[in-house]
Each structure stands twice: as structure tokens, then as C-alpha cells.
Design a protein around this ligand. Structure first.
Ligand code: PLP
Length: 339
């Protein structure tokens, strides 16, 4: 195994040994190719570059106490990428090639799968792009699917601690009938201004409201939102939210520990009544939220008044991470051991 300071790794790119590529050409997918180059040879008129034909996924491989390597709900990532592809008229990758590519990306870079107990994991980035040339606005005839792997440290270096969020109203990440519900790079481009505004105000990430009424909570940066009150886990229902696999899993775990689960529009003013709030996604799993500042209304919603994450968020977080690393029984069949 490589000798890295696993616990201190950022959530960033670190070169590994190999990445996997597969090309769609003449109406069919070719064989998987293994590459040790970090670069692509891409046509200057590829639709990914000009018209945003691009979708990606984010998932992690975890090494357990038993030394085995686990994938978490990879089929959900596959299904979402297939939906993303259909959403912007790209050729989806097949399930078999997806599985083979992510497995290869882990096994060929096995020396970068962090040891158990460091809180680190191997992040996988499947990517699908229109690689064929077009100048008129139409879908490409050729596609490239690839997967790279990079080790990432634990999101919270100093333990599970609350973050601060700013409500941003002067830019939108997505529109109700736009591409907010699929995982495409264009949504990230339109979120950058909001991210920067939150940072400029001294906050960790932006909260986006629905772009029609500017009233209901949509997402927190690139993570889903949830709130907890009266033994109920509540997460927004909105056509412009990206359905998070982490959130889907948390809803199940919330039910398992006896909470009610609701998916419905959440008016921002309802924040006053929540006992705990947080954001969730693959990178941090759960980010407990300590403060939400509504810049335009000059109003602060405060949580975790003792500086610590709430008990229910903590319990669900620990349970989910324990399943991912194989410390707790995988009662929902979410984990697949690949080696
Ligand atoms: C990827 C993503 C999430 C988190 O989804 P997970 O499957 O939990 O990683 C949430 N919101 C947006 C906008 C995303 O792109």
C-alpha cells in the first residue's frame, strides 16, 4: 500500500496509477481501455466542450476492518447516470460496462484504497461526455465514458462539526423544468456564483431556494437538505433537486430508528421550528448545519447551540458510515464487496 497521510488528505485530486475509458462509436460501445495518462485527446468541436453534453457521478470505495473493499449502492449511481444521459440526449453507458469500469478503477489502483480506521476512502468519478464533433446544436454521435479514482481524506478533519450556510437569492442553480434533477456539469457552472457569494460572506456553502417563488428550500451547494423535528425527518420535494443517494439511504435509516419520514416542500420560514438541520451527499455523508444566514432578509437561524451536531443527525451519520465500512450488518443489501 502507498504511504500517504490518509487522514489529512483533502477532498481533491491526487494522481493514481490508472483510469478506465470506453468509447461509443459507429452506434456501439467498444471494449474498456486502461490508461495511465491523465489527459484526453479530444476533438476541438466535441459537444462536451461547447454545449455541455456532460454528466458525472461521485461514489466511494471503502476498506473495512477485514481488509475487504466495499462499494456502496453502485447500481443507484449507474441508474442516475443513465437518467442524466437521457436528460441531455447522450448515449448511456451499459450497466455491465459501468460495473466493470468502476471495479477496475478500484482494483488497478488498490494501493490507493485507504486503510481502515483513517476515515479516508477512494473516491470514484465516472464521467460521460459527448466527444463527437458538432457545430450546430445537436447531440454528438460519439461518446466517451471514463472513470478515474482518487483517494480522499475524511471530510471533517476535526470531527463531525457544524457548518455555516448563507441563503443566496441573486442567482439560481436550476429551474423546475431544467436540468437540476440530473447530475450534469452545467448545474455546477450555474452554482459557482452562489458558492462564491457564500464564501465572500464568510459562509461555507450557499442555500438555494426554488427559483420560481424564492420561498422553498431546494439544495445546499451540491448537497441535499434535511431537517428534523417532532421525531420526523423532513427533506424537500422539488423538481430541481438532484436525488441524493446518501439522502435516499438516510431516509431508510431514519425510518429504521423509528422516525417518520416526509418529503415535501419546506418553506424557508419553517427553519425556525427545526431541532436539527443538515446537508447530505457522498463527500461529507452528513454536514450538520449550525447557522443559516438569510443575507437579503438579514435573518439568522441558529442550530447546534452547544457547538455540536444534534443527536439524531449524529446517530444516523454513525450508522450509515458503519454500514459503508462494514462495521455494521448491511441489512438493506447496499454494500458489495469487490475484493
Ligand atoms: C451529487 C449531488 C448530490 C449528492 O448526491 P449523493 O448521491 O448523495 O452523492 C446532491 N446535490 C447535487 C446537486 C449533486 O450534484
Amino acid at each position: 500500500m502507498t504511504n500517504l497521510n490518509w487522514g489529512e488528505l483533502p477532498f481533491g485530486y491526487l494522481k493514481t496509477d490508472y483510469n478506465i475509458r470506453c468509447y461509443y462509436k459507429d452506434g456501439k460501445w467498444g471494449e474498456l481501455e486502461v490508461s495511465s495518462s491523465e489527459f484526453l485527446n479530444l476533438h476541438i468541436s466535441a459537444t462536451a466542450l461547447h454545449y455541455g453534453q456532460q454528466a458525472f457521478e461521485g461514489m466511494k470505495a471503502y476498506r473495512g476492518k477485514d481488509g475487504k473493499i466495499r462499494l456502496f449502492r453502485w447500481e443507484e449511481n449507474f441508474k442516475r447516470m443513465e437518467r442524466s444521459a437521457h436528460g441531455i440526449l447522450m448515449q448511456p453507458i451499459t450497466k455491465e460496462l459501468f460495473k466493470e469500469a468502476i471495479t477496475k478503477a478500484v482494483l488497478l489502483n488498490e494501493r490507493f484504497v485507504p486503510p481502515y480506521g483513517t476515515g479516508a476512502s477512494l473516491y470514484l468519478r465516472p464521467l460521460l461526455i459527448g466527444s463527437g464533433p458538432q457545430v450546430g446544436v445537436k447531440p454528438a454521435d460519439e461518446y466517451l465514458f471514463m472513470v478515474f479514482a482518487t483517494p480522499v481524506g475524511p471530510y471533517f478533519k476535526e470531527g463531525f462539526s457544524p457548518v455555516k450556510i448563507a441563503v443566496v437569492r441573486d442567482s439560481d442553480r436550476a429551474a423546475p423544468l431544467g436540468t437540476g434533477s440530473i447530475k450534469v456539469g452545467g448545474n455546477y457552472a450555474s452554482s459557482l456564483k452562489g458558492v462564491q457569494k457564500a464564501h465572500d460572506e464568510g459562509y461555507g456553502a450557499p442555500m438555494y431556494l426554488d427559483s420560481v417563488h424564492k420561498k422553498y428550500i431546494d439544495e445546499i451547494g451540491a448537497a441535499n437538505f434535511f431537517g428534523i423535528k417532532d421525531s420526523t425527518y423532513i427533506t424537500p420535494k422539488s423538481p430541481s433537486i438532484l436525488p441524493s443517494i446518501t439522502n435516499m439511504s438516510i431516509m431508510q435509516l431514519a425510518e429504521d430508528i423509528g422516525l417518520n419520514v416526509e418529503r415535501r416542500p419546506i418553506d424557508i420560514e419553517e427553519l425556525d421550528s427545526f431541532e436539527e438541520v443538515g446537508a447530505c451527499g457522498t463527500a461529507a455523508i452528513i454536514s450538520p448545519i449550525g447557522e443559516i444566514y438569510d443575507i437579503d432578509e438579514d435573518k439568522k437561524y441558529l442550530f447546534c447551540k452547544d457547538g455540536k451536531a444534534g443527536p439524531i443527525s449524529t446517530k444516523i451519520y454513525e450508522k450509515l458510515v458503519a454500514i459503508q465500512y462494514g462495521d455494521e450488518p448491511d441489512t438493506h443489501n447496499w454494500v458489495e464487496i469487490i475484493k
